[in-house]
Design a protein around this ligand. Structure first.
Ligand code: SF4
Length: 496
């Protein structure tokens, strides 16, 4: 088969979470390093990448619906190349090409770094499905941040610190599609954040399925093996490598150590992370958040349910009481902490009494906001098998509405308490609804809309007086610019 003409442009469409968004940045970086230019719409692209997610509801319908639309586009332009990657691809494998034979490349979650190579192979030899069952051990390209990346924002960056998950929550497909937890070497992470800061990035978000267990595998690897000192220092950070190889230190580096080290990088003004698992939230993490000035006062602590019976059925590893104890400890230690959460309504077997316990925790936690989800079964998970315990959709819908009202009431109260305060925001740009309004985000991750007499570049830090509050955002008046944006307008694609 002769190779098709060389494509010139690409477009990426992402379905799903921040890990997926970051994988998409990485695929974009690989394609740009291969000479392609990004275009805004699929219609103008020679290569279309669909980066899929199987965590969110209706992921299958969205993917196959989009592929149906692309079929007619490919009939008009046979040279169009279509790539499907991500969690759903990892789960569905050959099924994707069976249902959509016009797809050229299917790749999974463990070989995102092969996107450009697989396209070349498909051009030369025809369609290809490559799904690996696990990340290749020692493969430094396994982490989304360790490759050329085309960042969406010049002043902010995601940094993956860990991939996979060792937990087994009954509703979640992640362990099956992302594999066991692997932490990225400490030294490499700090090097990357230093490079990002040198490029003008001022805010980093550390990403992982369970960031609090960061480092557990690194410490185990150091204890088990006889690594040369320089390798040990990269793996665990120079400060702990000696102790670990001689077996005198307990588990280090902790996530707290990483938080402090990233926050100390010159030029980094804000550090965020997502998500910590409540069962693994250590006092050291709370202490690091309280003490390291650059770590934002925002904790996203997924509750999932307030009922101990449901939490046990979910295999979450904590009770409502334990969860609230940790939340109270965090609020006591960290000044002006915003707390957000995820809650699932209608997990199989959830009773009215169970749901009442969830409302109790919501009232006690006084959340700043919450992502609320109606339970929907994900094929391949334990909970999806509990069909005889599925809750009546009408009952779930009514519970969901009550939860939404409770969360909004709590958010509005928290937001109203900020009226009159002067908050620092980082400018994100003009509001999507009204270009005369500027949008910024506070350290507590709150959106603030305000007017500026002259346009402010995205990435500028400014103070804003909060004048009004809604459940989902604040309104304010600009006081002054505190830190002009310092990144270059367009940062070249770099190998990380
Ligand atoms: S901690 Fe639970 S919900 Fe989170 S990724 Fe792991 S299995 Fe899924």
């Amino acid at each position: 088969m002769s190779e098709r003409p060389t494509p010139k442009t690409y477009a990426v469409r992402t379905f799903g979470c921040q890990m997926n968004e970051h994988d998409s940045e990485r695929i974009a970086g690989l394609l740009e390093a291969d000479g392609l230019e990004r275009v805004a719409t699929a219609e103008d692209a020679d290569v279309i990448v669909l980066n899929t997610c199987c965590i969110r509801e209706n992921a299958d319908n969205k993917l196959y619906g989009t592929l149906g639309h692309l079929k007619s586009l490919k009939e008009q332009r046979p040279d169009l190349e279509i790539v499907v990657g991500g969690c759903l691809a990892q789960k569905d494998r050959e099924l994707i090409r069976e249902r959509a034979p016009h797809v050229d490349v299917v790749l999974g979650t463990h070989n995102v770094h092969r996107a450009a190579e697989l396209l070349h192979e498909a051009r030369a030899h025809g369609p290809i499905v490559e799904i690996l069952t696990e990340t290749v051990a020692g493969d430094e390209t396994a982490f989304p941040s360790a490759l050329p990346t085309r960042r969406e924002l010049d002043w902010a960056a995601w940094v993956t610190i860990q991939i996979g998950c060792d937990n087994s929550c009954a509703f979640c497909i992640v362990p099956a599609v992302r594999g066991p937890e692997i932490s990225r070497p400490f030294g490499e992470l700090i090097d990357e954040v230093e490079r990002l800061a040198a490029d003008g990035v001022t805010e980093v978000t550390l990403l992982g399925q369970n960031v609090n267990s960061y480092g557990r595998d690194l410490a185990a690897a150091l204890r088990a093996g006889e690594l040369p000192a320089d390798q040990a220092a990269v793996l665990a950070g120079a400060r702990w490598a000696d102790d670990l190889t001689t077996g005198t230190a307990r588990r280090r580096p902790l996530f707290a150590d990483l938080l402090r080290a990233v926050a100390a990088v010159d030029g980094i003004h804000r550090v965020r992370f997502t998500s910590p698992h409540p069962k693994d939230l250590l006092p050291e993490t709370i202490e690091a958040m309280a003490q390291a000035e650059a770590v934002c006062a925002h904790l996203h602590l997924p509750l999932q349910s307030g009922s101990d019976a449901v939490l046990a059925a979910m295999h979450r590893g904590y009770t409502a009481e334990r969860y609230l104890e940790r939340l109270v400890a965090a609020r006591a230690a960290i000044d002006d902490l915003a707390v957000t959460t995820d809650i699932i309504v209608g997990f199989p077997g959830e009773t009215d009494e169970d749901f009442a316990r969830t409302l109790d925790v919501v009232a006690a936690a006084e959340y700043d906001s919450a992502y609320t989800f109606i339970y929907s079964p994900r094929p391949g998970t334990e909970a999806a098998e509990l069909t005889d315990r599925f809750v009546d959709p009408a009952v779930v819908g009514e519970r969901y509405e009550r939860l939404r009202v409770a969360v909004e009431r709590s958010a509005l109260a928290r937001h109203r308490a900020r009226i009159g305060r002067v908050e620092e925001v980082v400018v994100e740009g003009p509001s999507k609804r009204d270009p005369d309004i500027t949008t910024g985000r506070t350290a507590q991750n709150k959106l603030v809309h305000f007017r500026a007499s002259t346009p402010l570049r995205a990435g500028t830090y400014a103070t804003v007086e909060v004048t009004d509050a809604r459940a989902h955002h604040l309104q304010g008046e600009l006081r002054e610019v505190t830190r002009p944006a310092r990144h270059r307008t367009r940062i070249a694609v770099v190998a990380g």
